[in-house]
Design a binder for this molecule. Structure first.
Ligand code: TYM
Length: 327
């Protein structure tokens, strides 16, 4: 069975973007692949997080993983810090990554362009930790949204460099990015990615959003003045995004949805998108409450970490030996 590895960084509550671009695909793949999915808690602290809030977000994220359909019997689910090999290999790989490569990472470049002060060293080197998250498990594929593809490509470069310097150690992982739903945009500004750190809270749908609030965000989504429902990503990016969301969740093609609403107003399309999104959220939220009430989270996490550590520790042992870090 081929193996997949992926993770989500719950710096806030999980979003519809996380669900469509990543989480829901993990669920789909778990029957046909060996799925290893973790909560990337070390990645959260590249920026200050309120400790109580962070802790709550981590628990919510695990509960949401399961509520969205990840089955702990099929998938290995764990908290990154419960497998210390992540931090160990993360540091080691930072010694095989060039600053020039990190300088080219879009996320870092964007922050620099905004002239943000006090970017932490952890934020700068975070792609090395992400490379470790992946390479520890020698996966075949890494299912991610479009914004993470660059990090998986860097991971491949680091892996190749290490393999060339020593001997074949890491398998080359392939990023797996969906054709539809790989980059869900903000509802209030369709030129930006839908993101957990949405300042206005109008552009982002959270999986735990109150259904009325979610519906309102969709109904007030920014569109355009063209006045016709059609698929035009360049001139009608807001509308395109709404259709992409509905297509991802309903399984209908974007063309089919655009065709159905072509003679109707934007309001009708928005109502349809809101119905589709709210039905999905309702299902997830019901299950989320059941998961929390069941009290299974600690056990699932402990079991997952144990299974993951067996693979991760063996990789670190191999890497240490190859580098000459032990005698
Ligand atoms: P993060 O937490 O920002 O996002 C988690 C996953 O959700 C996808 N995603 C989206 N997809 C479509 N539209 C959006 N608006 C959207 N927003 C987020 C992301 O592409 C990602 O797949 N560094 C990673 C977490 C990570 C990781 C890893 C992932 C750490 N180690 C190893 C894979 C493998 C991150 O910050 O993702």
């Amino acid at each position: 069975m081929k193996r997949m590895v992926s993770g989500i960084k719950p710096t806030g509550s999980l979003t519809l973007g996380n669900y469509i671009g990543a989480l829901r695909n993990f669920v789909r793949y778990q029957d046909d692949y060996e799925m290893i999915v973790f909560i990337a808690n070390l990645h959260c602290i590249t920026e200050y997080q309120d400790p109580a809030q962070l802790s709550k977000n981590l628990k919510d994220a695990v509960a949401l993983y399961i509520a969205c359909g990840l089955d702990p019997k099929k998938s290995t689910i764990f908290l990154q810090t419960d497998v210390p090999a992540h931090a160990t290999l993360g540091y080691i790989l930072s010694c095989y990554t060039y600053m020039g490569e990190l300088n080219r990472m879009t996320q870092f470049k964007d922050r620099m362009a905004k002239n943000e002060g006090n970017i932490s060293a952890g934020m700068y080197t975070y792609p090395c930790l992400m490379a470790a998250d992946i390479l520890l498990y020698n996966p075949d594929y890494v299912p991610v949204g479009d914004d993470q593809k660059q990090h998986v490509e860097l991971t491949r470069d680091i892996a190749a460099r290490f393999n060339n310097k020593y001997t074949e150690t890491f398998k080359m992982p392939e990023p797996l990015v969906q054709k539809v739903g790989a980059r869900i945009m903000s509802l209030s500004d369709p030129s930006k990615k839908m993101s957990k750190s949405d300042e206005t809270n109008k552009g982002c749908i959270y999986l735990l959003d109150d259904l009325k609030a979610a519906r309102k965000k969709i109904m007030s989504a920014v569109t355009d003045s063209v006045g016709a429902v059609q698929l035009d990503k360049v001139n009608q990016p807001g509308l395109y995004n709404l259709i992409e969301i509905a297509s991802s969740l309903s399984g209908r093609s974007m063309e089919e949805i655009a065709e159905e609403f072509k003679d109707q107003g934007y309001g009708s399309l928005k109502r349809y998108v809101a119905d589709v999104v709210c039905a999905e959220l309702e299902k997830i939220q019901k299950r989320y409450q059941e998961v929390l009430d069941s009290g299974i989270l600690e056990e699932v996490m402990a079991e997952g970490a144990k299974k993951a550590a067996v693979i991760a520790d063996a990789t670190v042992a191999d890497v240490k030996k190859k580098i000459g870090l032990q005698f």
